[in-house]
Write a protein that binds this ligand. Sequence first.
Ligand code: ADP
Ligand code: MG
Length: 171
Amino acid sequence: MRIVRERACARKLDLIADLPDGDLLLIGDERALKQVLLNLLSNAIKFSHEGGRVEIRAWDARDGAVIIEVKDYGIGMSPDEAVRALQSFGQASSVTPRSYGGTGLGLPIAKGLIDAHRGTLSIDSSPGRGTAVRIMLARRPVRADPLAPLLAPESSEPDLLPAAESYERVG
Ligand SMILES: Nc1ncnc2c1ncn2[C@@H]1O[C@H](COP(=O)(O)OP(=O)(O)O)[C@@H](O)[C@H]1O
Ligand SMILES: [Mg+2]
């Protein structure tokens, strides 16, 4: 958050965070999720107009899922551009690399990491109005194969819990 705060400040953007207290970043692999949020916040800041607003919020959804949304009111994308933005090296328009820099890898990497957590990443955007990127993740930690063993070898938990019946005693 500190990194993006400085960048937002430099562009006179308001960075608004509405996050529930506690352990949101612990839903999955912490490093991967931080990477994803950093990517999304960097984009939101980069494609905002000066003096604009970037919002990040998170809330509980149904079925124990958590939604995290990063929203801006910047240049936005058409539906076609949003599809292209998710492809490797895909930049929504050929103008963006020239005016904004970047490699076009941030979003595909973010989507790859979220997929690996069995989550979803979706883009809601319209040109000139802004962009909202939503991530949905299960709150329960899930095994993010094949990435989890690489990214978080220390987080492995025992696979097998003793079946409840084995504790039961008759009489
Ligand atoms: N918040 C946003 N508003 C408008 N366009 C965006 C936004 N986020 C991503 N894009 C578009 O999607 C493209 C791909 O994003 P990304 O993969 O992060 O690459 P990069 O930031 O390196 O250009 C960007 O070049 C831009 O065209
Ligand atoms: Mg980017």
